[in-house]
Design a protein around this ligand. Sequence first.
Ligand SMILES: Cc1cc2nc3c(=O)[nH]c(=O)nc-3n(C[C@H](O)[C@H](O)[C@H](O)COP(=O)(O)OP(=O)(O)OC[C@H]3O[C@@H](n4cnc5c(N)ncnc54)[C@H](O)[C@@H]3O)c2cc1C
Ligand code: SF4
Length: 488
Amino acid sequence: MGKITGFLEFDRKVEGYAPVEDRVTHYKEFTLPMKAQELKDQGARCMDCGIPFCHSGCPLGNLIPDFNDAVYRGKWEKAAEILHATNNFPEFTGRLCPAPCEEACVLGINEDPVSIENIEKNIVETAFSKGWVVAQPPVKRSGKTVAVIGSGPAGLAAAQQLNRAGHLVTVFERDEKVGGLLRYGIPDFKLEKQVIDRRVAILKEEGILFKTGVHVGTTISATELKEEFNALVLTGGATVRRGLPIEGADLKGVVQAMDFLKQNNKRVDGITELGEEIKATGKDVIVIGGGDTGSDCIGTSVRHGAASVTNFEILGKPTVQRPENQPWPFWPMRLRTSTSHKEGAERIFSISTKKFIGDKNGNLTGLITSEVEWITAPGRRPQLKEIPGTEKEWKCNLALLALGFTGSETTIADQLGLKTDIRSNIKASEADYQTNVPGVFVAGDQRRGQSLIVWAISEGRQAAHHVDSFLMGSSNLPLKGEGDLPRI
Ligand SMILES: Cc1cc2nc3c(=O)[nH]c(=O)nc-3n(C[C@H](O)[C@H](O)[C@H](O)COP(=O)(O)OP(=O)(O)OC[C@H]3O[C@@H](n4cnc5c(N)ncnc54)[C@H](O)[C@@H]3O)c2cc1C
Ligand code: SF4
């Protein structure tokens, strides 16, 4: 374990951030690196618990006490091997994961948890800087071919695992560049895109083929791919956006968050042909929706130079502390304040948007809201109730709808005759990730609905194991938490 008395000696420390006035002038990441000694001290805080709840809190089953100990002892290369044994892309999760492992950390019962996510990020960044992360092409090819449809974290994880098992993998992506929501949803100030490019270069060197600008179901039919390849892995995400079908929703200035974010990420990438410009500059912006997407809209609007940024959330304001009915080690619904929230947005909770208002030219000028309360009763789902007399008009000329996604697109499911659930996500059991059509597998948001990067990587890895078994009769690819040491 780390240092026996480490948790008594050292307080939790996490990386810092550049001051708001500096960071909002650009789109680069703005975290301030921790010193090597500070990271060692954090590793030393780990108690190497008999039952490491962090490990089961992590959807990847990361071997957390093991890499904490390696960092404490300054064995960074070993730490990198341990980390990569269960996680193909710790550089994504180390930056972006909400860290359920930390909520489950035993130290968190009466102390601050170990800074697991910062340790993870620093391990992988050290590994890249030292040149330890290198391509590992398979020693032998199996002669089998697999098409992965969608290049988000689920698709990339499935592709790397299947390629390592020797199968020839082609990843089809309809966008111009690889990465899914990592590339075109999450802003550069949270994840600079060279971090994706750096990893994709390794995947290519390992022998994975990428075909971008190919919309499966339209450019090429899914049935054709089914005939051409020995197996298909569907990782197209849950891309159907939730709308807000209220009066005035068609006014100019009511915009889907993903249109706003995608265009901005392309702009930051130097792309000039962007269609109609969507910018927050000088505008009164209201971001409707309080999740990750809403937070990313706030940070982007601030960087555009919005006149004001307000964020609406229909749910009540959670407590900062873990609620009593969500005890450790479960994931608690508590108030989370992102770096973007701190950049100048006013957050309003328990509020519902009733109507958008426009001028005679069809431009958005404002909106009307009501305050709401949630009525709870044992055994019943909470009911939303408007509070009479709380109507309010807000000035607004850019409303960003960050209301999440209702499910996945159905073209491929229709073409292949796949069963879907009530949210239009493709059905497959967690036991083998195989759909009702043999040889067609599904993973990530397209199976589980909108979720997290860590779950997408986890599902991609799990699905890869079952695809390999389908093709070869058995598989040596690791399942959750099994790790395949010593690979990076
Ligand atoms: C704005 C935003 C911010 C987020 N921030 C975070 C965060 O901070 N932390 C976190 O953990 N999670 C975050 N998430 C969620 C996370 O990004 C997703 O859960 C994750 O990316 C899902 O991965 P995936 O591989 O299943 O799908 P996606 O990342 O959605 O990738 C699917 C890919 O498939 C492609 N595709 C779809 N259909 C086809 C087709 N027919 N043919 C070819 N290609 C196709 C799409 O173009 C896309 O590239 C965020 C989501 C959004 C929208
Ligand atoms: S639960 Fe926390 S203290 Fe215990 S092994 Fe995991 S990281 Fe270390």
